[in-house]
Design a protein around this ligand. Structure first.
Ligand SMILES: O=c1ccn([C@H]2C[C@H](O)[C@@H](CO)O2)c(=O)[nH]1
Ligand SMILES: [Zn+2]
Length: 132
């Protein structure tokens, strides 16, 4: 349920490696089978290599063969529910269904419940590579 996924995202956030921004983000991704994958942001002295919490969670799940997801929660200590960056919106559009619920939240408990499709309408998708 959503409350539990929010708790898991907060736990994931504690693992963030953020010596440069000190802005910790956590994500919890639930599979259709009920498993939960944690993700946190992982920064790098070469700043452009920073990886966001959302992508960490998705890539962790993918790396062990999970492909079907129910929901994702993202949390940060942000003034508004943390909005995923463009790269994560694109990756979610590829790896999750368009109607998958995405819950964005912050440590104040503000919630923005949206979907993968609404976060990136008109995403570039696999079918766009075909010209038949
Ligand atoms: O939705 C978001 C937004 C930002 N970040 C990370 C990237 C970087 O480490 C730090 C500041 O942008 O926050 C995430 O992990 N997810
Ligand atoms: Zn991102």
């Amino acid at each position: 349920m959503l409350e539990q996924l929010i708790i898991e995202a907060k736990k994931a956030r504690e693992m963030a490696y953020t010596p440069y921004s000190n802005f910790k983000v956590g994500a919890a991704l639930q599979t259709k089978s009920g498993a939960i994958f944690h993700g946190c942001n992982i920064e790098n002295a070469a700043y452009s290599l920073c990886n966001c919490a959302e992508r960490t969670a998705l890539f962790s799940a993918y790396a062990v063969g999970e492909r079907d997801f129910n929901a994702i929660v993202v949390v940060a200590d942000s003034p508004r529910p943390v909005p995923p960056c463009g790269a994560c919106r694109q990756v979610m559009s590829e790896l999750c269904s368009g109607d998958m619920p995405v819950t964005l939240t912050n440590l104040n408990g503000d919630l923005n419940q949206t979907t993968v499709r609404d976060l990136l309408p008109g995403a570039f998708l696999a079918d766009d590579l075909k010209n038949e």
